[in-house]
Design a binder for this molecule. Structure first.
Ligand code: HEM
Length: 545
């Protein structure tokens, strides 16, 4: 480890893009140029003190002891720093090293790992595996409306919203938000508490769903509600106080994030209300009516409110910079924000009023809300420029682009929902809605989690992503599984004899994809934890040869 900068036998040249040094290497004389293309790790290797400069721009523990292998230009773009200024600061630090820099990993640098690891464990077990088993039972019973499967489907949904989506969102937010805002995480130990509360709340909530109508399920349901609401409350408080510590000006994307967290809080409270509404229903008719009233708005709040808005916000802050996408010709950020929130509010109000009053004009409000969904989806995709040519393509870009294709498909389906119901003589076409939901939860949300985590984690672990597996196998499998499910679920209305048996396999195809991706991500996190420079050998080729 170097204590001061390795600048012996140096001559300084200057060019329009950066500062060039002739550095003496440790083994032989080498010529190194510090330009936008030099990796952060290379600069840190030459001059450990330069880490002080990177920390000022938000690096902190990213990349572990050796720093990320991304180029300086990439670091500057992602941290919204001026490259010329950054190069000047590094130069100044090399000229006059300001004391010895000792790297020390702290809780706020690695807290994301426990969130991500629980997220992976959840999706592979009670998420996708359990979902696949439920789907197999649906296929064998040739019906989506089997009351005996209700508890396990709701337990699966609960685990996926909180144990998969919220775990990844919270882990990512604790890791990146302070760095985006150029500050430190406020009270990391509280962030840690929110992790344990969330994990305990998920286990209690799932057990409560499965044990219904036993008396113990009421206690577990109450504990789950208290734990999860406290966890979300602490999460919001920690991020709010972190933002207040920052002197950075507010960025328009932050309103997406703030409103996403308000929807998350509302969705968490309503999840408890939903449980007790089911638990206290004495007759099957009451149970079905209560589910019909609450389930739709609850899932819309959690998926179209919490998940879509956080992905919309993070996409705007992260995707164009990381993949080098062109800025949109016209900025529609404000319009997208109001359309996303407005269509959701209109959707919930119209749905509840339609169901409780049976007045047909509320159906017009609902259809208007459905019509607005593809509008905001198209505007959001254009705003990010995700279908443009990336100047920094990466193995994960295909996931991000595919996620937006799925967003367009799932939102594009919604205006036709009432028409589909009318044509197939169904008041509520469960198959069509389930198909739309899967396109949204797996195609859009989960595809985005796969892509963004596989882009970010190697950076945090200090691994060069270019040397890693292309992830084509999980990408293709995930898309095949999702396409199969979305198409076949609708086809069960027309050719049940063919569609149901095939439908049963799609969950296991998705599970295989997630297993492949999950093992790679887990191992990458472990490399970061132990500061190993090599990936361990795996049973199948995870690292590119
Ligand atoms: C990856 C494989 C998955 C499989 C095999 C699967 C399977 C299922 C099945 C069989 C249902 C019942 C479908 C119906 O009644 O129409 C369901 C419902 C649901 N799933 Fe999944 N799922 C998966 C992934 C996900 C993910 C990633 C999420 C969340 C991000 C999720 C959230 C939900 C929700 C919210 C419901 C609706 C529950 C309700 O009716 O309240 N699922 N899933």
């Amino acid at each position: 480890m170097f204590n001061t900068c390795d600048l012996s036998h140096r001559s300084v040249l200057s060019t329009p893009i950066g500062l060039h040094y002739l550095l003496e290497g440790t083994e032989a004389m080498t010529v190194s140029e510090i330009t936008g293309n030099t990796s952060v790790a290379e600069v840190v290797k030459r001059c450990p003190n330069a880490r002080r400069v990177f920390d000022r721009h938000g690096l902190k523990g990213c990349g572990g002891e050796h720093g990320p292998s991304e180029p300086l230009a990439f670091f500057a773009a992602v941290h919204q720093a001026n490259l010329e200024e950054l190069l000047r600061e590094i130069n100044a630090e090399m000229e006059n090293p300001s004391g010895v820099y000792v790297y020390k990993e702290t809780l706020q640098d690695y807290i994301y790992r426990r969130f991500f690891k629980v997220g992976i464990t959840t999706v592979l077990s009670v998420g996708c595996l359990w979902g696949a088993i439920n789907l197999l039972q649906i296929a064998l019973g040739k019906s989506f409306l089997q009351l005996r499967l209700l508890s396990s489907i709701h337990a699966h949904a609960h685990a996926m919203i909180f144990g998969w989506v919220a775990m990844f969102v919270m882990g990512f937010a604790y890791q990146s938000f302070p760095r985006f805002k150029n500050t430190t995480l406020w009270r990391p130990e509280l962030a840690n508490l929110s992790f344990y509360l969330l994990a305990a709340g998920i286990v209690a909530g799932m057990a409560a769903d499965m044990l219904l109508p036993a008396t113990g399920s009421f206690v577990l349901g109450a504990l789950s509600g208290v734990f999860e609401i406290s966890s979300v409350g602490i999460f919001m408080c920690v991020l709010y106080r972190t933002a207040r510590q920052s002197i950075e000006p507010h960025n328009p994307y932050e309103k997406f994030i703030a409103s996403s967290f308000l929807w998350l809080l509302l969705g968490t409270i309503l999840e408890s209300v939903f449980f007790f509404a089911k638990a206290t229903a004495h007759f099957e008719h009451d149970l079905i009516m209560r589910i019909a009233l609450i389930d739709g708005p609850l899932r819309d709040i959690q998926l179209l409110g919490f998940a879509a808005l956080i992905i919309g916000g993070v996409s705007q802050r992260f995707v164009p910079q990381v993949y080098g996408l062109a800025r949109p010709g016209r900025d529609h950020q404000g319009l997208i924000f109001w359309l996303m929130n407005g269509s959701l509010v209109l959707n919930i109000i119209s749905y509840v009023l339609l169901l409780t009053t049976h007045k047909l004009y509320f159906a017009i409000g609902l259809e208007a809300a459905y019509l607005l969904m593809p509008v905001w989806a198209v505007l959001l995709a254009r705003q990010i420029g995700v279908f443009g040519k990336p100047s920094q393509p990466d193995r994960t870009f295909k996931f991000v682009r595919a996620a937006y294709v799925w967003l367009l498909i799932s939102c594009g389906m919604m205006p036709f929902f009432p028409l589909y119901g009318a044509l197939t003589h169904q008041v509520f076409a469960h198959t069509y809605m389930g198909s739309h939901r899967h396109a949204f939860t797996v195609g859009f949300i989960s595809m985005m989690i796969l892509g963004v985590s596989s882009r970010v984690v190697p950076i945090l672990a200090g691994i060069d992503a270019k040397r890693m597996n292309s992830l084509w196998v999980p990408f293709v499998l995930f898309n095949v599984g999702c396409t199969g499910r979305v198409l076949l679920q609708v086809l069960t209305d027309f050719v049940p004899g063919v569609a149901y048996p095939l439908l049963g396999f799609t969950g296991f195809i998705e599970l295989t994809a997630l297993l492949w991706w999950g093992i790679e991500l887990w191992r990458t996190m472990n490399v970061g934890r132990t500061n190993r420079t090599q990936l361990l050998p795996a049973p199948f080729p995870l690292a590119a040869g």
